[in-house]
Design a protein around this ligand. Structure first.
Ligand code: NAD
Length: 315
Protein backbone atom coordinates (compact mmCIF):
# COMPACT_ATOMS: atom_id res chain seq x y z
CA UNK A 1 0.00 0.00 0.00
CA UNK A 2 1.34 3.45 -0.87
CA UNK A 3 -0.15 6.46 0.93
CA UNK A 4 0.27 10.12 0.08
CA UNK A 5 0.52 12.49 3.04
CA UNK A 6 -1.89 14.84 1.32
CA UNK A 7 -4.56 12.33 2.31
CA UNK A 8 -5.45 8.68 1.94
CA UNK A 9 -7.44 6.20 3.90
CA UNK A 10 -4.90 6.64 6.71
CA UNK A 11 -4.73 9.55 9.16
CA UNK A 12 -3.81 12.94 7.69
CA UNK A 13 -0.41 14.39 8.60
CA UNK A 14 1.20 17.48 7.15
CA UNK A 15 4.97 17.38 7.67
CA UNK A 16 6.62 20.71 6.95
CA UNK A 17 10.13 19.37 6.60
CA UNK A 18 11.70 16.09 5.60
CA UNK A 19 13.04 15.57 9.16
CA UNK A 20 9.49 15.61 10.51
CA UNK A 21 8.97 12.37 8.68
CA UNK A 22 11.56 10.68 10.84
CA UNK A 23 9.20 11.33 13.75
CA UNK A 24 6.51 9.18 12.24
CA UNK A 25 6.04 5.95 14.15
CA UNK A 26 4.61 2.99 12.38
CA UNK A 27 3.07 0.21 14.30
CA UNK A 28 4.23 -2.00 11.44
CA UNK A 29 7.30 -1.56 9.28
CA UNK A 30 6.94 1.08 6.54
CA UNK A 31 9.08 3.06 4.14
CA UNK A 32 8.98 6.86 3.86
CA UNK A 33 9.07 8.04 0.28
CA UNK A 34 10.02 11.40 -1.13
CA UNK A 35 8.54 12.09 -4.54
CA UNK A 36 9.66 14.91 -6.82
CA UNK A 37 6.72 16.31 -8.74
CA UNK A 38 6.71 18.17 -12.05
CA UNK A 39 7.97 21.72 -11.50
CA UNK A 40 10.45 20.60 -8.81
CA UNK A 41 7.93 20.51 -5.95
CA UNK A 42 8.34 17.69 -3.48
CA UNK A 43 5.77 15.46 -1.85
CA UNK A 44 6.12 12.82 0.82
CA UNK A 45 4.42 9.51 1.17
CA UNK A 46 4.70 6.17 2.88
CA UNK A 47 4.56 2.59 1.84
CA UNK A 48 3.16 0.11 4.28
CA UNK A 49 2.60 -3.60 4.24
CA UNK A 50 -1.01 -4.51 3.59
CA UNK A 51 -3.14 -4.23 6.67
CA UNK A 52 -0.74 -1.91 8.51
CA UNK A 53 -2.29 0.66 10.80
CA UNK A 54 -2.19 4.40 10.25
CA UNK A 55 0.96 6.28 11.38
CA UNK A 56 0.93 8.31 14.57
CA UNK A 57 3.18 11.26 15.35
CA UNK A 58 5.64 10.76 18.21
CA UNK A 59 4.78 13.40 20.77
CA UNK A 60 7.37 12.99 23.48
CA UNK A 61 10.47 15.19 23.29
CA UNK A 62 13.92 13.68 23.65
CA UNK A 63 14.52 14.93 27.20
CA UNK A 64 18.23 14.92 27.90
CA UNK A 65 18.02 15.17 31.69
CA UNK A 66 15.38 12.58 32.49
CA UNK A 67 16.09 10.96 35.85
CA UNK A 68 18.48 13.73 36.93
CA UNK A 69 18.10 16.11 39.89
CA UNK A 70 19.26 19.70 39.98
CA UNK A 71 19.75 22.39 42.58
CA UNK A 72 19.62 25.95 41.24
CA UNK A 73 20.41 28.72 43.73
CA UNK A 74 18.64 32.07 43.44
CA UNK A 75 16.03 30.46 41.20
CA UNK A 76 13.09 32.51 42.48
CA UNK A 77 13.38 34.99 39.63
CA UNK A 78 15.56 36.29 36.77
CA UNK A 79 18.24 34.05 35.29
CA UNK A 80 17.87 31.38 38.01
CA UNK A 81 14.15 30.99 37.32
CA UNK A 82 14.80 30.57 33.58
CA UNK A 83 17.50 27.97 34.31
CA UNK A 84 15.16 26.02 36.62
CA UNK A 85 12.40 25.99 33.99
CA UNK A 86 14.78 25.01 31.18
CA UNK A 87 16.28 22.10 33.15
CA UNK A 88 12.77 21.00 34.16
CA UNK A 89 11.72 21.03 30.48
CA UNK A 90 14.60 18.62 29.90
CA UNK A 91 13.02 16.31 32.47
CA UNK A 92 15.17 17.19 35.49
CA UNK A 93 13.80 17.10 39.06
CA UNK A 94 14.29 20.54 40.50
CA UNK A 95 15.21 22.06 43.87
CA UNK A 96 14.26 25.74 43.67
CA UNK A 97 16.21 27.68 46.29
CA UNK A 98 15.90 31.37 47.10
CA UNK A 99 15.95 33.78 50.01
CA UNK A 100 12.53 35.13 48.95
CA UNK A 101 10.02 32.43 49.91
CA UNK A 102 7.10 33.52 47.73
CA UNK A 103 9.29 33.67 44.61
CA UNK A 104 10.65 30.18 45.27
CA UNK A 105 7.07 28.90 45.74
CA UNK A 106 5.89 30.60 42.53
CA UNK A 107 8.67 28.99 40.48
CA UNK A 108 7.97 25.65 42.16
CA UNK A 109 4.40 25.89 40.83
CA UNK A 110 5.67 26.71 37.33
CA UNK A 111 7.98 23.69 37.43
CA UNK A 112 5.14 21.52 38.72
CA UNK A 113 3.03 22.58 35.75
CA UNK A 114 5.72 21.00 33.55
CA UNK A 115 5.01 17.69 35.28
CA UNK A 116 8.36 17.53 37.05
CA UNK A 117 8.92 16.62 40.72
CA UNK A 118 10.38 19.55 42.60
CA UNK A 119 10.70 21.32 45.91
CA UNK A 120 11.09 24.93 47.00
CA UNK A 121 13.46 25.92 49.79
CA UNK A 122 13.83 29.28 51.49
CA UNK A 123 17.50 29.70 52.32
CA UNK A 124 19.91 32.55 52.97
CA UNK A 125 22.96 31.26 51.12
CA UNK A 126 25.28 33.42 53.20
CA UNK A 127 24.42 31.29 56.27
CA UNK A 128 26.37 28.04 56.07
CA UNK A 129 24.15 25.96 58.43
CA UNK A 130 21.09 26.91 56.34
CA UNK A 131 22.89 25.77 53.18
CA UNK A 132 23.89 22.46 54.77
CA UNK A 133 20.34 21.80 55.98
CA UNK A 134 18.93 22.57 52.53
CA UNK A 135 21.34 20.18 50.77
CA UNK A 136 20.47 17.44 53.29
CA UNK A 137 16.79 17.98 52.63
CA UNK A 138 17.23 17.80 48.86
CA UNK A 139 19.26 14.60 49.16
CA UNK A 140 16.61 13.21 51.51
CA UNK A 141 13.84 13.90 48.99
CA UNK A 142 15.60 13.22 45.66
CA UNK A 143 18.37 10.87 46.77
CA UNK A 144 20.85 12.64 44.51
CA UNK A 145 22.02 15.96 43.14
CA UNK A 146 23.39 15.51 39.62
CA UNK A 147 23.49 19.15 38.62
CA UNK A 148 24.37 22.15 40.77
CA UNK A 149 23.92 25.65 39.38
CA UNK A 150 25.34 28.37 41.61
CA UNK A 151 23.39 31.32 40.25
CA UNK A 152 22.43 33.64 43.12
CA UNK A 153 24.20 36.96 43.01
CA UNK A 154 23.93 40.62 43.90
CA UNK A 155 25.51 43.93 42.95
CA UNK A 156 25.44 47.66 43.59
CA UNK A 157 26.79 49.94 40.87
CA UNK A 158 29.03 52.65 42.34
CA UNK A 159 32.62 53.90 42.02
CA UNK A 160 34.98 51.95 44.25
CA UNK A 161 36.09 55.12 46.06
CA UNK A 162 32.51 55.81 47.13
CA UNK A 163 31.76 52.26 48.25
CA UNK A 164 31.47 51.09 51.87
CA UNK A 165 32.93 47.99 53.49
CA UNK A 166 29.44 46.80 54.39
CA UNK A 167 28.62 46.67 50.67
CA UNK A 168 31.86 44.80 49.87
CA UNK A 169 31.02 42.21 52.53
CA UNK A 170 27.54 41.65 51.13
CA UNK A 171 28.78 41.27 47.56
CA UNK A 172 31.57 38.88 48.58
CA UNK A 173 29.24 36.84 50.82
CA UNK A 174 26.54 36.31 48.19
CA UNK A 175 28.60 36.12 45.00
CA UNK A 176 31.56 34.09 46.19
CA UNK A 177 31.46 32.69 49.71
CA UNK A 178 27.97 31.22 49.23
CA UNK A 179 29.29 29.21 46.27
CA UNK A 180 31.98 27.76 48.53
CA UNK A 181 29.33 26.76 51.09
CA UNK A 182 27.12 25.08 48.49
CA UNK A 183 30.00 23.29 46.73
CA UNK A 184 31.39 22.07 50.05
CA UNK A 185 27.97 20.64 50.98
CA UNK A 186 27.16 19.04 47.60
CA UNK A 187 30.54 17.78 46.39
CA UNK A 188 31.09 14.88 48.85
CA UNK A 189 27.88 13.37 47.54
CA UNK A 190 28.91 13.85 43.88
CA UNK A 191 32.36 12.39 44.61
CA UNK A 192 30.77 9.32 46.25
CA UNK A 193 28.63 8.76 43.14
CA UNK A 194 31.50 9.46 40.75
CA UNK A 195 29.53 11.95 38.66
CA UNK A 196 28.13 15.47 38.68
CA UNK A 197 28.00 18.75 36.85
CA UNK A 198 28.58 22.10 38.51
CA UNK A 199 27.86 25.30 36.64
CA UNK A 200 28.73 28.59 38.29
CA UNK A 201 27.20 31.81 37.04
CA UNK A 202 29.97 34.36 36.76
CA UNK A 203 29.84 37.61 34.75
CA UNK A 204 31.82 39.17 31.96
CA UNK A 205 32.61 41.85 34.55
CA UNK A 206 34.86 39.16 36.03
CA UNK A 207 36.67 38.68 32.71
CA UNK A 208 36.92 42.21 31.35
CA UNK A 209 36.25 44.46 34.35
CA UNK A 210 33.32 46.87 34.50
CA UNK A 211 33.22 50.49 35.64
CA UNK A 212 31.26 50.88 38.88
CA UNK A 213 31.52 47.17 39.67
CA UNK A 214 34.99 46.80 41.16
CA UNK A 215 34.13 44.47 44.02
CA UNK A 216 31.47 42.63 42.02
CA UNK A 217 34.02 42.08 39.21
CA UNK A 218 36.49 40.82 41.80
CA UNK A 219 34.02 38.23 43.08
CA UNK A 220 33.14 37.09 39.56
CA UNK A 221 36.82 36.77 38.67
CA UNK A 222 37.12 34.67 41.82
CA UNK A 223 34.20 32.50 40.70
CA UNK A 224 35.95 31.84 37.37
CA UNK A 225 39.31 31.01 38.98
CA UNK A 226 37.62 28.85 41.63
CA UNK A 227 35.68 26.97 38.93
CA UNK A 228 38.87 26.17 37.00
CA UNK A 229 40.74 24.97 40.07
CA UNK A 230 37.82 22.89 41.30
CA UNK A 231 37.48 21.43 37.79
CA UNK A 232 41.07 20.20 38.02
CA UNK A 233 40.61 18.77 41.52
CA UNK A 234 37.40 16.81 40.88
CA UNK A 235 37.91 15.71 37.27
CA UNK A 236 39.11 12.27 38.41
CA UNK A 237 35.66 11.72 39.91
CA UNK A 238 34.03 12.47 36.54
CA UNK A 239 32.64 15.74 37.87
CA UNK A 240 32.75 18.73 35.54
CA UNK A 241 32.87 22.34 36.68
CA UNK A 242 32.25 25.19 34.26
CA UNK A 243 31.27 28.83 34.45
CA UNK A 244 28.68 30.67 32.38
CA UNK A 245 29.48 34.33 32.10
CA UNK A 246 26.49 36.51 31.20
CA UNK A 247 26.75 39.96 29.75
CA UNK A 248 23.93 42.45 30.39
CA UNK A 249 20.77 40.41 30.90
CA UNK A 250 17.26 41.77 31.39
CA UNK A 251 16.34 40.72 34.94
CA UNK A 252 15.06 42.34 38.16
CA UNK A 253 18.73 42.80 39.21
CA UNK A 254 19.49 44.81 36.06
CA UNK A 255 16.31 46.84 36.57
CA UNK A 256 17.29 47.66 40.14
CA UNK A 257 20.82 48.68 39.06
CA UNK A 258 19.31 50.93 36.38
CA UNK A 259 17.26 52.58 39.10
CA UNK A 260 20.14 53.04 41.56
CA UNK A 261 21.24 56.36 40.01
CA UNK A 262 20.87 58.31 36.71
CA UNK A 263 24.57 57.59 36.07
CA UNK A 264 24.02 53.84 36.44
CA UNK A 265 21.21 54.03 33.88
CA UNK A 266 23.49 55.86 31.44
CA UNK A 267 26.31 53.32 31.84
CA UNK A 268 23.88 50.49 31.05
CA UNK A 269 22.53 52.34 27.99
CA UNK A 270 26.07 52.89 26.69
CA UNK A 271 27.03 49.24 27.17
CA UNK A 272 23.83 48.12 25.45
CA UNK A 273 24.69 50.23 22.39
CA UNK A 274 28.06 48.46 22.18
CA UNK A 275 26.62 44.92 22.02
CA UNK A 276 27.28 43.54 18.50
CA UNK A 277 24.05 41.54 18.43
CA UNK A 278 22.19 44.74 19.25
CA UNK A 279 20.29 43.85 22.42
CA UNK A 280 20.72 42.84 26.05
CA UNK A 281 20.37 39.15 26.83
CA UNK A 282 17.28 37.40 28.10
CA UNK A 283 17.33 34.98 31.05
CA UNK A 284 16.48 32.26 28.53
CA UNK A 285 19.69 33.04 26.57
CA UNK A 286 21.67 32.17 29.69
CA UNK A 287 19.51 29.16 30.56
CA UNK A 288 20.20 27.59 27.14
CA UNK A 289 23.96 27.70 27.75
CA UNK A 290 23.54 26.22 31.24
CA UNK A 291 21.29 23.43 29.94
CA UNK A 292 23.95 22.56 27.35
CA UNK A 293 26.72 22.37 29.98
CA UNK A 294 24.42 20.28 32.20
CA UNK A 295 23.66 17.84 29.40
CA UNK A 296 25.54 14.72 28.28
CA UNK A 297 26.61 16.74 25.20
CA UNK A 298 29.07 18.53 27.50
CA UNK A 299 30.48 15.45 29.25
CA UNK A 300 34.01 16.22 27.98
CA UNK A 301 33.95 19.95 28.76
CA UNK A 302 35.36 21.15 32.07
CA UNK A 303 37.15 24.18 33.48
CA UNK A 304 35.68 26.44 30.80
CA UNK A 305 34.05 29.84 30.95
CA UNK A 306 31.36 30.48 28.37
CA UNK A 307 30.42 34.12 27.76
CA UNK A 308 26.80 34.69 26.76
CA UNK A 309 26.92 38.38 25.98
CA UNK A 310 25.75 39.01 22.42
CA UNK A 311 29.39 39.35 21.37
CA UNK A 312 30.17 42.26 23.70
CA UNK A 313 33.14 40.27 24.93
CA UNK A 314 35.02 37.80 22.75
CA UNK A 315 37.63 35.52 24.33
N1 NAD B 1 21.42 40.45 34.99
C1 NAD B 1 22.62 40.69 34.48
O1 NAD B 1 22.82 41.61 33.68
C2 NAD B 1 23.77 39.81 34.89
C3 NAD B 1 24.98 39.96 34.20
C4 NAD B 1 26.05 39.18 34.54
C5 NAD B 1 25.93 38.23 35.55
N2 NAD B 1 24.74 38.10 36.21
C6 NAD B 1 24.68 37.10 37.28
O2 NAD B 1 23.59 36.23 37.07
C7 NAD B 1 23.12 35.75 38.33
C8 NAD B 1 21.62 35.96 38.43
O3 NAD B 1 21.38 37.34 38.35
P1 NAD B 1 19.94 37.96 38.02
O4 NAD B 1 20.20 39.11 37.13
O5 NAD B 1 18.98 36.91 37.64
O6 NAD B 1 19.60 38.55 39.47
P2 NAD B 1 18.21 38.65 40.26
O7 NAD B 1 18.43 39.60 41.40
O8 NAD B 1 17.11 38.94 39.33
O9 NAD B 1 18.08 37.19 40.84
C9 NAD B 1 18.97 36.73 41.83
C10 NAD B 1 18.25 35.77 42.75
O10 NAD B 1 19.17 35.40 43.78
C11 NAD B 1 18.47 35.46 45.03
N3 NAD B 1 19.39 35.70 46.14
C12 NAD B 1 20.13 36.81 46.36
N4 NAD B 1 20.78 36.69 47.52
C13 NAD B 1 20.46 35.50 48.04
C14 NAD B 1 20.84 34.80 49.22
N5 NAD B 1 21.65 35.34 50.14
N6 NAD B 1 20.32 33.57 49.43
C15 NAD B 1 19.49 33.02 48.53
N7 NAD B 1 19.11 33.63 47.39
C16 NAD B 1 19.60 34.85 47.15
C17 NAD B 1 17.50 36.62 44.85
O11 NAD B 1 16.45 36.59 45.78
C18 NAD B 1 17.05 36.43 43.42
O12 NAD B 1 15.95 35.58 43.32
C19 NAD B 1 23.92 36.49 39.40
O13 NAD B 1 25.00 35.69 39.84
C20 NAD B 1 24.44 37.71 38.66
O14 NAD B 1 25.62 38.23 39.22
C21 NAD B 1 23.67 38.87 35.91
Amino acid sequence: MVGCLAGTGARRVRPKRAEDLSNLFYKRKAWVLQITLAGGRRAFGWKMPTGAEAPVIRKERNMKLNGKSALVTGSGRGIGRAIALELAREGCQMAVLDIIAENAEAVKEEVEALGVKNLALTVDLTQRPEVERAVEEILGQFGQIDILVNNAGWDKLEPFLESEEQTWDKIIAINFKAILYVCKAVLPHMVARGSGKIINIASDAGRAGSTGEAVYSGTKGAVIAFSKTLAREVARHQITVNAVSPGLTETPLLQSIRGQSPKAGKVIEAVTRAIPLGRVGTPEDIAGAVAFLASPNADFITGQTLSVSGGLTMY
